[in-house]
Design a protein around this ligand. Structure first.
Ligand code: SAH
Length: 216
């Protein structure tokens, strides 16, 4: 699986501006046991480089996308990050591995998914992750600011609360675009003076962000 991800990354070297993943992200992909994050009947497919269904209409993202989104945040080992869309908890585990002295807050709107991801992450010993149940649309202001924010579900635009909770110098990675269609993986950077820059990196396909965002 990791070989396939490395090939994808090399082929899309414009995404990261280099033909390989950073060392910590590459090591995290090797370290996190993806087969323990997918349903039992799909364990044989866990190390294929593809998205898989995790039940309740949701999916665990393709490993290449997990790797690129993680790398695009350009994190330091002590950073605190926010993920919106815990799903299986796999992406959170990858982030937690990249942040040995840091912390991951992750929010999941589907209660059953949040409960099983929390149980799984505790069982596997990821003690620098907290799974919150609820709508991630407003982020987690009590834990802000975040050095990185990752949204693993697609919306038309970036929720303002998430931009507000980004630390100056921090990055937010999220698929933007219409539901059920191709979206664009987008990196927002908040410069030290607070100015936002935006870079569109890759066409992707994610499940929709639900909850309060839909009322807009
Ligand atoms: N990162 C996950 C995959 C995410 S799939 C993994 O590694 O397995 C997208 C997830 O976002 C789904 O579980 C979906 O329920 C969740 N989601 C959708 N809208 C949300 C919202 N407003 N707040 C929190 N989670 C949300």
């Amino acid at each position: 699986m990791v070989e396939a991800v490395r090939r994808d990354v090399a082929r899309n070297d414009d995404v990261l501006g280099r033909p390989r993943l950073s060392g910590p992200v590459d090591e995290a992909l090797l370290a996190v046991p993806r087969h323990l994050f997918v349903p039992d009947e799909l364990q044989l497919l866990a190390y294929e480089n593809r998205a898989l269904p995790i039940g309740l209409g949701q999916t665990i993202s393709q490993p290449t996308i997990v790797a690129l989104m993680t790398d695009l945040l350009e994190l330091a080992p002590t950073d605190t990050v926010l993920e919106v869309g815990t799903g299986s908890g796999y992406q959170a585990a990858v982030l937690a591995t990249v942040l040995p002295q840091g912390y991951v807050h992750t929010i999941e709107i589907v209660t059953d998914l949040a409960l099983s991801a929390r149980k799984r992450l505790v069982r596997l010993g990821y003690d620098n992750v907290k799974v919150h149940t609820g709508d991630g649309y407003r982020g987690r202001p009590e834990h802000a600011p975040f050095a990185g924010i990752m949204v693993t579900a697609a919306a038309e635009r970036v929720p303002q609360a998430l931009i507000d909770q980004l630390r100056p110098g921090g990055r937010l990675v999220m698929p933007l675009g219409p539901q059920g269609d191709t979206q664009w993986l987008t990196v927002l950077e908040k410069l030290p003076d607070g100015v936002l820059t935006r870079r569109v990196v890759l066409p992707v396909r994610f499940v929709p962000l639900t909850g309060e965002v839909e009322g807009r």
